[in-house]
Design a protein around this ligand. Sequence first.
Ligand code: SIN
Length: 515
Amino acid sequence: MASVWQTDFLVVGSGIAGLATAIKASRHGDIVLMTKGHLMESNTRYAQGGIAAAIGPGDSPQEHLADTLRAGHDFVEPEAATVLVEDGPIRVKELIELGAKFDMAPDGTLLLGREGAHSKARILHARGDATGAEVAEVLASQAAAISNISIYERHFVLDLIVHGGRCIGAAAVDAQGSLVLVLARAVVLATGGCGQVYQYTTNPGVATGDGFALAHRQGVTLTDMEFVQFHPTALAKADDPLVLISEAVRGEGARLVNEQGVAFMQGEHPMADLAPRDIVARAIFRQMRAGHRVYLDTTMIGARFADRFPTIYQACMEREIDPRTDLIPIAPAAHFIMGGIRTDTHGRTSMPGLYACGEVACTGVHGANRLASNSLLEGLVFSDRIAQNLAHEPRLKLEVPPGYVEKLAASKGLPGRAPARDLSVEYAHLTARLRRVMWDEVGIVRNEAGLTKALQEIDAIEREAPPGAWTLHNMLQTSRLIARAALMRQESRGGHYREDFPHESAEWRGRRINL
Ligand code: SIN
């Protein structure tokens, strides 16, 4: 027996995109916000470096735009990126008004950090390197205080409800295993990214690509899925997820070296250690493939390290590395996906009634390689535009389509009477197999044979996974989208590097792969 709820807007996900959408959209109707874990558990919470915005003296949205375009390898959509950099400072100021406390100099001016591929110091940060936690806490407490936002934690969305080509809600299972059908004038997917499909990632356990799979199962267009960003500097210790060592550390002067002390980024790019992420990650990968070990030398930051980067400092010290005196062992790790559910500059997807916001969306602002600290900004900027649009969504009479529950039960392996639960944990060995093949064959360096092998392995794992392993199926479907797109794009660009097609190609320049 399913409960049926009615609301104006259903928001799925509780990172910056979901929370900011819920807060803004609550002016236009009632909100149900669902998240599969705890409200605070999202990629946002772990963001260290900060939020990029042309807010400082001597900076301008035009310069921020130029850096965004350059980092994105001729693949950024200029209209969307213009919205990002122009609306960005306004939205950041609103966030400050809501209570976000960014780090300030004693004279009361914002302290702005520098990160890779930025021509200016324009990264706002909070509590040193706990920017995401600050933003998530402010937004979560605001959302919780708004009376027409109802927050449901530990609600796992199984599928969207689609009727007559329109998204009219979603089906979810609550913590007790009961089925809930939420009918809404519009649904906003803000489910974040998919780093967990890779063996090595900086993303928390919740980043399993659910939103991509939810949309794909309903025929909604996804684009640019081959463009995955590997962060150059994760702490190379046996953690899952790996601990991120923010690019802001290199912004403070840290340098990449190998075990022989060679600062190998010098010959790689004019910006050396602050080159765009894709370039740095591949340079590290080449070093490692040649048998070197790679380290971040942070010793020049010295005694300031603990104050400027308290989270990283603590994580290193817990692993018996003192960043003031020791080299930090690092390795690249899956961090972000530039592609996602195709949206316009108002967050609208190819399906009426369905919006996407944040990492799950592909607005086109990141092109083939995201500029550092543009991701929190994207969530802030586009959530505002989505909320404005939601006000105009029609008030239709909504009903659960006949036979929907029976079909859903069959496809998700929902038991009759017993509480439903995700079987993915019982099939952890299959998840591990998937993550391994994605890392080995769909990772930093790809080729046709490896991508073909990965697709075969994804099919093989899928055949062994029972319908009740919901998360695993979402991971498999998302992985297949990445691998398929990577196989189709016969060139190298940004985060997508094919050793069998190692150059950018004019033929592929404007061509997007829509799946
Ligand atoms: C970092 O602090 O290096 C990560 C920030 C980002 O992903 O943009």
